[in-house]
Design a protein. Structure first.
Length: 154
């Protein structure tokens, strides 16, 4: 039987669902999921309250190896955004894939802007690379003449 090490939670008025998690080379935990309404990603210490911009938005959150909050951000607009997978790279970079249901979306979680679109189709998918601090490095949108979905990648 194992010993309890740590636990963490997010609190919100709407739904908060974790979709995928991974560990980086320092055993920091990175999680991606969806939330509606508002969500507090650090309810224990600094109360990082984030509001959803539409039906549901995606979040990315990083906790250190002891379960302490490091950072979190959302990507979303007035549509629905849902992550499918997250992975940590060799340099602790973060790779994220997601589906989105709107005609355009800013996938840069920082103050910059990286707009993607579905060429007037309503459902697309994107993959992006972030550094270990959650800063945007690059992103690519994929769509066709019908709905496009990302399920899993290696």
């Amino acid at each position: 039987m194992g010993n309890f090490v740590w636990a963490n939670t997010t609190l919100g008025k709407g739904n908060n669902n974790c979709i995928d998690i991974c560990l980086d080379a320092h055993s920091n935990l990175i999680s991606v999921g969806v939330f509606t309404d508002t969500c507090d990603f650090d309810p224990i210490k600094c109360n990082l309250l984030v509001a959803s911009g539409g039906n549901s938005d995606l979040y990315t959150q990083k906790l250190d190896s002891n379960g302490n909050f490091m950072w979190a951000f959302k990507i979303g607009n007035n549509g629905t955004e849902s992550p499918t997978q997250v992975k940590a790279g060799a340099n602790n970079d973060i790779y994220l894939s997601a589906n989105y249901f709107s005609t355009s979306l800013d996938i840069d979680p920082g103050i910059g802007s990286q707009l993607i679109n579905t060429n007037n189709y309503s459902k697309g998918t994107f993959v992006e690379k972030l550094d270990m601090n959650g800063n945007f490095i690059w992103g690519k949108s994929y769509y066709g003449n019908q709905d496009s979905y990302c399920m899993e990648w290696i």
